[in-house]
Ligand binder design. Sequence first.
Ligand SMILES: NC(=O)c1ccc[n+]([C@@H]2O[C@H](COP(=O)([O-])OP(=O)(O)OC[C@H]3O[C@@H](n4cnc5c(N)ncnc54)[C@H](O)[C@@H]3O)[C@@H](O)[C@H]2O)c1
Ligand SMILES: C[N+](C)(C)CC=O
Length: 506
Amino acid sequence: MAAPPAIPRRGLFIGGGWREPTLGRRIPVINPATEDTIGDIPAATAEDVELAVAAARSAFLLDGGSRWARASGATRAKYLNAIATKIKEKISYLALLETVDSGKPKDEAVADMDDVAACFEFYAGLAEALDGKQHAPISLPMEEFKTYVLKEPIGVVGLITPWNYPLLMATWKVAPALAAGCTAVLKPSELASLTCLELGAICEEVGLPSGVLNIITGLGPDAGAPIASHPHVDKIAFTGSTATGKTIMTAAAQMVKPVSLELGGKSPLVIFDDVADIDKAVEWAMFGCFFNSGQVCSATSRLLLHEKIAERFLDRLVEWAKNIKISDPLEEGCRLGSVISKGQYEKIKKFISTARSEGATILHGGDRPKHLGKGFFIEPTIITDVSTSMQIWREEVFGPVICVKVFKTESEAVELANDTHYGLAGGVISDDLERCERIAKVIHSGIVWINCSQPTLVQAPWGGNKRSGFGRELGEWGLENYLSVKQVTRYCKDELYGWYQRPSKL
Ligand SMILES: NC(=O)c1ccc[n+]([C@@H]2O[C@H](COP(=O)([O-])OP(=O)(O)OC[C@H]3O[C@@H](n4cnc5c(N)ncnc54)[C@H](O)[C@@H]3O)[C@@H](O)[C@H]2O)c1
Ligand SMILES: C[N+](C)(C)CC=O
């Protein structure tokens, strides 16, 4: 088993330096796999948000913006690449910190840190490419005007992020925001902020200009809400629950402040009877809902099985689920760690007991694994005999809990897949690729996976429809989130325009 990492005692990262929160409060950090308190993080309040926003605003405006906002994309790219290099140098340490902070298996945390470095590198590339896209001419049907377009940073952005992929979800916002030339205030989740604070230390090491990125840790209502409602924050990018997303949108609306929202989901995975290799499909179904203990916005937590394979598939799914190594996430080979907190553990247990009381069958799991006496662990859980009115079918659990329904026809499968207020992701597994393409077109979601579940690619757009939010992160769409488009039009003839009559000189 890997040794637990040393937990640094950090302050808030504001204006390029560290400071204690104004009210001096701190929040304990609990390792959810052991229930031990392993450190603490600052609990910022509105007073600290004021300082962070002021630092971000002055970094945005400094020297007419020439230091950051109006510096070349190539200049900003150097910093993003330097951050990526540092992440790679510290990958083992950062992964261990993420593991003890969130309960996710060490191997998953390493993969997340790889993705973090790749995301900074990707947006370094887009920052450089942005230089070549400035002054793009617009083709006009007349000669007296010439028009071009500038892409400018939106300004100071507030980035509010969740705990399930702490540093990765922050990076999905920080990297494109900085690439675009924005300055930022990042507020990670109070349940897992350690690696985001280390990002502050990395910014210091690479000499990122002061105030370009500020990191405020603390509770949502105390440290997140003042960012959302701050008059000098020009945009909010939020990832988290649909309930908090609504609160943030309401606050931002008072100032007509743009928001992008990446919210929850209840995504379907449809599996047809023509799959030759059942185990291949079973593994994707497991990856779709047990990876990161199912605490994944896009978890394919509604499994739709064709009636002809349902029994065989479920037998294999149970066999595979029994085979998952559930352990302290620092142990070699762990594939299911703990969930994030006691609160989340109890919430998931309540979902399972409500499903049972509503008449569903807990086919496998549903409890704490017997070999683990402490820690917030929940067995991979498979629930059958589910009806579409049950809570387990309708609401996001955010835990290792998959609910199953059986279908007879393709149209019934599509109807069930779309039977949700959410619209983040969906998947289809079939050996008939034409059928897969057909279904990809009619699933109401921002992402569809064919013959897999969950691959997340920094180059491709990410985001949802319906109550899963709006706006897209990643790829070039992620950069556009932080850019404002300006039209510049010049009248270029020597003579008068000639609409009004020139007054007589007499
Ligand atoms: N669509 C996506 O890409 C995506 C990715 C990851 C997580 N999620 C969603 O995130 C949720 C789980 O994350 P969570 O429990 O951290 O969500 P959450 O909404 O409880 O918290 C998210 C962030 O918002 C802050 N916050 C809470 N109340 C606030 C307020 N009143 N004003 C401003 N900020 C406030 C929190 O402190 C945290 O930093 C799930 O619903 C999941 O689906 C979505
Ligand atoms: C996109 N992903 C899977 C990394 C995180 C969503 O919760």
